[in-house]
Design a protein around this ligand. Structure first.
Ligand SMILES: C[S@@+](CC[C@H](N)C(=O)[O-])C[C@H]1O[C@@H](n2cnc3c(N)ncnc32)[C@H](O)[C@@H]1O
Length: 283
């Protein structure tokens, strides 16, 4: 946990003035204050946590699935891209400042921080259990409960590299956060992602025009730089399949008969990973 490593970039969600940490409290000059949780994260939500935030059970499932490194090839591809983006920054910019919104357990941000050893990273998520887990994912992560749609409690123009991986996107807000020359990496599912599971397990569909819409909405605020498709195949046992299904948005839509439906597939099952990794630059 290192909220102190990123605190100078945090702003008050009420008055947008800079925040600082004093003892176990995070406060702004106006007098708004927020408790620093024992687990090392700070909750900067102004309202209640919405019902669609990831639950403790979803975070446990995500931790189990990612901890088994089924998405390691994706994490490594993101880290390669992140390292190349940060290498291109002017040296006078100092220590690279990273952020991941909708960061979940902090798995990807931690992988990138292992690669970029002088960087610090802010992990934001609307889910308290996610931030509790992300706060201990890496010594250089500071975790903040915040809503990407409501606007992020982070100062304008200081983030060198922002990442959004299978999480909500707010293009004007991302453009506001990025430093001059800063980059945004967005990961979205491709058309064949988990295709073997979609129908039998009733998973949410992937819109055919998702990539085109992403490029169009992002391009209004940031410059498209590059995009790559990563595809590989996993072989998953029944407990891994259950973790995969229950760690994501499908958990809000699946019923209790999921274990039964998974067994009907007669695991192990071959499952395709198919994702787009898109990069955009600050204009
Ligand atoms: C599919 S998970 C992806 C988590 C992580 N990026 C990963 O790939 O492991 C989506 C994440 O977005 C978070 N989320 C959903 N709505 C959000 C919002 N409005 N603001 C911030 N985070 C949000 C969820 O709590 C969840 O952790």
């Amino acid at each position: 946990m290192s909220l102190s490593a990123v605190a100078d970039l945090l702003t008050c969600p009420n008055c947008h003035r800079p925040l600082s940490i004093m003892d176990r409290t995070v406060r702004c000059p106006t007098g708004h204050s927020f408790d620093l949780a024992r687990q090392g994260y700070v909750n900067l939500l102004t309202g209640r946590q919405p019902a669609n935030a990831d639950s403790p059970e979803m975070i446990t499932a995500r931790d189990r699935f990612l901890g088994a490194d089924h998405y390691r090839a994706l994490a490594d591809a993101i880290a390669d891209r992140a390292a190349a983006a940060v290498d291109g920054l002017p040296a006078e910019q100092g220590r690279p400042r990273l952020a991941e919104t909708g960061a979940g357990t902090g798995y990807y941000l931690a992988t990138v921080l292992d690669r970029i050893t002088d960087a610090t990273g802010i992990a934001t998520d609307i889910s308290v259990p996610a931030c509790r887990r992300a706060a201990r994912a890496h010594a250089r992560i500071g975790a903040v409960v915040a809503d990407t749609w409501a606007g992020l409690p982070i100062a304008d123009g200081h983030i060198d590299l922002l990442m959004v991986i299978f999480a909500p996107r707010n293009p004007p807000e991302f453009a506001r956060l990025l430093a001059p020359g800063g980059r945004l990496i967005v990961v979205t599912p491709g058309p064949d992602h988990l295709r073997q599971l979609r129908e039998p397990l009733g998973l949410l569909g992937i819109e055919a025009d998702k990539q085109d819409r992403l490029q169009a909405t992002m391009s209004a605020h940031l410059e498209p730089v590059q995009r790559d498709r990563l595809r590989y195949r996993l072989r998953l046992a029944d407990d891994e399949l259950i973790a995969l299904v229950t760690m994501g948005p499908n958990a809000h839509h699946t019923d209790e008969r999921i274990a039964e439906r998974v067994r009907a597939l007669q695991p192990p099952v071959e499952v395709d990973v198919d994702v787009w990794i898109s990069e955009f630059a600050q204009r």
